[in-house]
Design a protein around this ligand. Structure first.
Ligand SMILES: [Zn+2]
Ligand SMILES: [Zn+2]
Length: 445
């Protein structure tokens, strides 16, 4: 019994090992014998048992420790919280349980002055990132700090989570952050090069998907960092050829997610997803043109994009479901309140603008191309229900209504929307080239 010190020392080591490998029973036994062990930390890093559990995804032990009202915001030597470690290692269950226990998301480490949101973005754990953002929306942080401010929180060198995600080639995190109001043109202090935007850092990292997402959200290809470089030059210097081709200011400007649509408050999530898919598909078409003359060919499209799904849909299209603007795609988007339908590509073309041409940027909310009514909401067109009601209830009134609307669309589309169809067909969006050419020809005769 005279060896209390070394005995406590070995108990301590035993506890840390048991937490690391997840032996709940051993941990409980050790704490039963010596409750004070709970407050021990590792010798060098000063990790608490909570840090060890969080970093190793030992959620059972973590929950047990939190239930013993252990402070969830303990700090290690570098002032990292258990939540930061869980976010760094992508241990989603631990992130969740720490958030539920009220862990503070607004803590900064002493290493780079980063928060748990920086950690999730830097290491590319999209699920953890999303969980922290959801917590931020409902916590006091949103009230005291403001949610938008939290999304754009800067580390010790001026980097926002979006900067880090772009630099580390994390397209999923880039996407989530942009969707939550991350500023696409924020410039850093000392991170990367002075005054770098997320686009500079994506160019440096060489992630095509990050560059695509940032451009679609309106990132400026001409913004310079403190040494006067545009992202194009950064990509060239790092020998990211394909990225450089897209960032070249003289190549075609990509379509940009329309800002009026971004703020149609009630834009339904499914509709938004459809529109976004259409936007990205259209931009990939543009990329092919951009890269045609260069030595680069595009890598095969990533499986996460649903080109295949779209193709499948097309093969099932009956005439009644065809978009009456382009006559190519199925009607997937319904305008409310008027109920007119069109495809996602056409909806987007209607609202999208080309970045370098501010005169075409629509500053007012877009209107329905069929009735010129204000678009109060865009929802996913409900086509399947129509067939069901034919067979099941015999109640075809809603179906007839929709059919008549479509035929109205068709007749209108065949006349006054010819120009729209011509220009939207290729998502070129600029001017109705075909009509112009016809007029020219008419003039000469
Ligand atoms: Zn269409
Ligand atoms: Zn309408």
């Amino acid at each position: 019994m005279g060896q209390g010190l070394s005995c406590a020392g070995s108990n301590e080591q035993g506890l840390f090992r048991a937490v690391q490998v997840g032996h709940l029973k051993t941990v409980e036994d050790l704490l039963e014998r010596d409750p004070a062990l709970l407050h021990h930390a590792t010798a060098y890093d000063h990790h608490s048992v909570l840090h060890i559990a969080a970093a190793n995804a030992q959620v059972e032990i973590l929950s047990m420790l939190l239930e013993r009202s252990m402070n969830p915001d303990l700090l290690n030597r570098q002032k990292q919280t258990p939540l930061m470690l869980a976010a760094m290692h992508g241990k989603m269950s631990c992130v969740k349980s720490l958030l539920e226990a009220g862990a503070n998301i607004l803590m900064f480490d002493s290493l780079h002055g980063r928060t748990c949101l920086h950690y999730a973005a830097y290491y590319g754990h999209a699920d953890c990132l999303q969980a922290i953002l959801s917590a931020a929306q409902s916590s006091t942080v949103a009230v005291s700090w403001g949610f938008a401010r939290f999304v754009n929180i800067r580390d010790g060198r001026g980097a926002t989570p979006l900067h880090l995600a772009a630099r580390q080639r994390r397209p999923d995190c880039v996407h989530i952050l942009l969707n939550n109001g991350a500023l696409v043109c924020a410039s850093t202090g000392g991170y990367g090069s002075l005054g770098s935007t997320p686009l500079h850092l994506a160019a440096r990292g060489g992630s095509l998907d990050c560059i695509r997402a940032l451009l679609a959200w309106g990132a400026d290809r001409l913004q310079r960092d403190a040494s006067g470089r545009i992202p194009y030059l950064v990509a060239l210097k790092r020998k990211h050829g394909v990225c450089a081709a897209l960032l070249n200011p003289s190549s075609a400007e990509p379509l940009v997610w329309p800002s009026p649509l971004k703020f149609i408050g009630e834009l339904n999530q499914e509709a938004k997803d459809l529109l976004e898919q259409a936007l990205m598909a259209a931009n990939r078409e543009r990329e092919k043109t951009v890269l045609k003359g260069t030595a680069y060919s595009l890598p095969s499209p990533s499986p996460s994009h649903s080109d295949v799904g779209v193709e499948d849909n097309i093969s099932e299209v009956s005439d009644a479901e065809l978009c009456s603007i382009c006559f190519e795609q199925m009607c997937t988007i319904e305008v409310q309140d008027c109920g007119h339908q069109m495809c996602a590509h056409c909806t987007l073309a209607l609202c999208c603008h080309n970045k370098p041409n501010p005169t075409t940027a629509c500053l007012t909310p877009p209107v329905c191309p069929f009735c010129r009514g204000i678009i109060s909401k865009l929802v996913v067109a409900d086509i399947k229900d129509c067939d069901d009601s034919d067979f099941n209830s015999g109640d075809t009134s809603s179906c007839k209504l929709r059919r008549s609307r479509r035929s109205q669309n068709l007749s209108e589309g065949s006349s006054s929307f010819k120009g729209l169809a011509a220009s939207f067909g290729k998502m070129g969006g600029r001017s109705s080239g075909r009509i112009g050419a016809e007029n020219e020809w008419v003039d000469k005769t």
